[in-house]
Ligand binder design. Structure first.
Ligand SMILES: [Zn+2]
Length: 202
């Protein structure tokens, strides 16, 4: 099943606890489960670390065992372009980009996207937002703080030939393609592609 198709049947189950309502019990913490459901299968695929395919009945059991509030959030279609006029992405846009890329998109980095900044590939113009890079699905990518600084303050650059595919060029002209495939699960796959000497750059 393609990523986009999975996204259309995705449910985000937010298992929330409310610590301050019952100070006498051990405090709990929120748990979010991202489950990709196929109506023809009894299994669901989870994006959560350490989880793979599980029975849908198992998810139901987890929800019942928590004994707290279970919130089902709307499906996020990973193929839809979400845009905001502001510099800061909305919660929905942030979650969409995190789900699409899963990890920092710098070559060989596996930092989870939920712990990354969202980089504007084309810089946002604070003085004139209409003139700069927009805060939109196709212009955002998760980068961990270290690699966000690398991209911002060094000659490393990247292009996105298609959503979720990142072609990086190093300061010495080495080029890397970062992708994510079913074969590699949640982790990104980095391959070296053609080499472009720095002095041949336009
Ligand atoms: Zn990184």
């Amino acid at each position: 099943m393609a990523v986009g198709d999975m996204a259309r049947t995705q449910l985000a189950l937010d298992l929330e606890t409310d610590d301050h309502l019952d100070a006498g019990r051990p405090s709990g913490r929120g748990v979010t489960i991202y489950a990709h459901l196929d109506p023809d299968s009894p299994h669901a695929t989870l994006d959560n670390p350490g989880c793979n395919d599980v029975l849908i009945s198992q998810i139901q059991a987890w929800c019942e065992a928590v004994g707290n509030t279970v919130t089902i959030r709307p499906v996020i279609d990973l193929n839809t372009e979400i845009t905001t006029d502001a510099y800061t992405p909305t919660v929905k846009l942030t979650e969409q980009v995190q789900l699409r890329d899963q990890c920092c998109v710098f070559p060989h980095c596996t930092r989870p996207a939920r712990h990354c900044d969202l980089d504007h590939r084309h810089p946002f113009d604070q003085q004139n937002p209409a003139a700069g890079g927009k805060t939109t699905t196709s212009n955002l990518a998760p980068l961990c703080r270290r690699h966000h600084r690398t991209k911002t303050f060094s000659p490393w650059t990247y292009d996105t030939p298609q959503p979720g595919v990142y072609d990086w060029t190093s300061p010495t002209g080495k080029r890397f393609r970062v992708t994510r495939s079913r074969r590699h699960g949640r982790l990104p796959n980095t391959t070296q592609i053609d080499h472009v000497p720095p002095d041949s750059e336009p």
